[in-house]
Design a protein around this ligand. Structure first.
Ligand code: THG
Length: 367
């Protein structure tokens, strides 16, 4: 379609060379980096995640490191989720909000040590945010972006691959739990984690100069399970109801609107950023909620850029924030960020290319 002009502002992933060698055909931008989005055969890449083992360059999931005496204080001030029982080696999914309760990221928080945390971030600049909050609160903490780049292995056979490389102890890891280790002199963190619901691990590379070596090691170990390249898969994540911060959220979205209310603890201290606003939003009830839409047509629809207005009886009631052809359901399915008045079972419409598509709302996930 068109090329990409290299620039110092667009940082390559340390796995860039390895993904080129695998035949990457498309990228998206994320945290001022390029993330592979296809290797040329979307259907094969999808079924590999559903049935096999898939290797993903997700170095764009950057780590914002909080370290020093007040690292734990800053982590809790940034996160409206109670972290008091979080232990070293544990990860938690946390919504980050601004002072108005608006979602500004949805990272995984990893407690590396009593005085060191990583926020493994989605696509927004939390490095600036954490530095600003730390300075305003007078905290003794360093905020940095260390040389750490996640490589995901996802799919039902991923555990066999990761166990073959690191040992059977990985099979005992609980969800989001992790351990620091090394393989062939490559320092890594191994976590049970990843942006799919098919199971799997993330290997956080802690030395970017060893990226190709790590990629090839995983690839070689994965051969018995027919491992191949992949990426955070659009169809799988829509079927599974996984949220994309920035994709499914806008400048007003709060955690309650997008099914993240269960990760908010309203009893955290009053100095947690946004907690007063979240208490208010919770008491009033959010205006919108997030539902799935199954479109009636059994023909694959191609949407391109989002969002699309959703109508009910000629009135705009919300937005279609994504839509994918589901290979398993054989329907077009998407997420609606929609008025609370709209309920599962309701019929809705979208105008596309001069035609009206009709569909039905339902609870997420689809599968
Ligand atoms: N891995 C790492 N960093 C990341 C992501 C990742 N940073 C950006 C982005 N992904 C963060 N967003 C999510 C969203 C959902 C999940 C993980 C990261 C997830 N959710 C499960 C669910 O919704 O069912 C379970 C959450 C729970 O119940 O605790 O896994 O993928 N390193």
């Amino acid at each position: 379609m068109f090329g990409i002009t290299p620039s110092a502002r667009l940082r390559p992933s340390p796995f860039f060379e390895a993904t080129l060698a695998e035949g990457v055909t498309a990228f998206t931008t994320y945290n001022h980096m390029l993330m592979p989005t296809s290797y040329g055969d979307p259907q094969a890449e999808y079924w590999r995640i559903i049935n096999g083992a898939s290797l993903w360059d997700v170095a764009v999931e950057r780590q914002v490191q909080l370290s020093g005496p007040d690292a734990g204080r800053l982590a809790q001030i940034l996160c409206p989720r109670d972290l008091s029982k979080t232990v070293v080696g544990q990860g938690r999914y946390v919504p980050l909000v601004n002072h108005h309760g608006v979602l500004i990221n949805d990272p995984i928080l990893l407690k590396m040590a009593e005085d060191k945390y990583w926020l493994s971030i989605a696509d927004s600049n939390i490095w600036f945010w954490a530095q600003a909050i730390a300075a305003e609160r007078g905290l003794n903490v360093q905020v940095s972006e260390p040389d750490v780049s996640p490589l995901a292995v996802q799919g039902p056979l991923a555990e066999n691959v990761v166990a073959a490389v690191f040992g059977d102890w990985v099979r005992e890891l609980k969800y989001f739990a992790f351990r620091q280790t090394s393989i062939n002199g490559i320092p890594v963190v191994v976590a049970r984690s990843g942006w799919s619901k098919q199971g799997g691990f993330e290997v956080y590379l802690m030395d970017g100069s060893k990226a190709t070596a790590l990629w090839n090691l995983m690839k070689e170990a994965g051969k018995p399970w027919d491992i191949g390249p992949g990426n955070p898969n659009f169809c799988e994540r829509v079927e599974s109801g996984l949220l994309s911060y920035g994709g499914d959220t806008d400048a007003q979205t709060n955690p309650y609107e997008v099914r993240l209310g269960k990760y908010v603890d309203l009893h955290v201290a009053d100095d947690v950023v946004g907690i007063a606003a979240l208490r208010r939003i919770h008491a009033d009830g959010p205006r919108r909620h997030q539902l799935g839409v199954v479109w009636d047509s059994t023909e694959q629809a191609s949407f391109g850029f989002f969002w699309y207005d959703i109508f009910q009886k000629g009135q705009k009631v919300g937005d279609l924030t994504n839509c994918a052809w589901s290979y398993r359901l054989k329907k077009n399915i998407g997420f609606a960020l929609i008025s609370r008045d709209c309920k599962p079972g309701d019929s809705v419409e979208v105008l596309k290319d001069g035609k009206t598509l009709t569909g039905t709302l339902q609870e997420l996930p689809f599968i």
